[in-house]
Every structure is written in structure tokens, then in C-alpha cells.
Design a protein around this ligand. Sequence first.
Ligand code: ZN
Length: 99
Amino acid sequence: MDNELKPCWFCSTGWPEIKSNRQYAWVQCCGCYASGPPTRTEAEAITAWNTRPAPVVTDEMVKNLKALADSINGNCYLGEEWERKTVNALLAALGAGHE
Ligand SMILES: [Zn+2]
């Protein structure tokens, strides 16, 4: 069985690992806590994690991200520097750079 887990789709830096309880197994990223769907076996959890589609970014998500950028870029009392940088970098990466 190939049980190598692919890197996290969301943060690409965290270590995904297999979690389980009495009923389910799933894969969860230790960096950002993104998780795959609960499955019956660890092998299914690995397959589900490794074959999940890349997240889709919708216009609505970009619109909300821009609104968030507007609120924290224009107000020095809102948001930390790393939050400002993250939001602006995300918009730039999405080709929706902040004017
Ligand atoms: Zn992650």
C-alpha cells in the first residue's frame, strides 16, 4: 500500500498525518488543521487526502478578501502586520492585487 501523504493543499508547509477514532480515520494537517473527509479505514483516508481537488477560489471569496484588505489596510489599529502582509500577498497571488 502506498501510504505517502501529499503535502497540504492549503498551507503546503504543514505535516499531514493520519488521525483516527473508534469510527473514522482522516488526514489532518498539523500546520493549518485542514482535514480530509472522514473515512472507514486509514487507506481510504490517505486516498481521499491525496486525491482531493485543489480548492476553488470563487469571485465571492476574492470580494470578501478585498473587503478584508480594505478594512485592515486603511486602519492602523486593525490587524497585525503579518495579517496585512498575508491578505495582500493572497490578493496578489490571485491576480486581484490591491490598489
Ligand atoms: Zn496545512
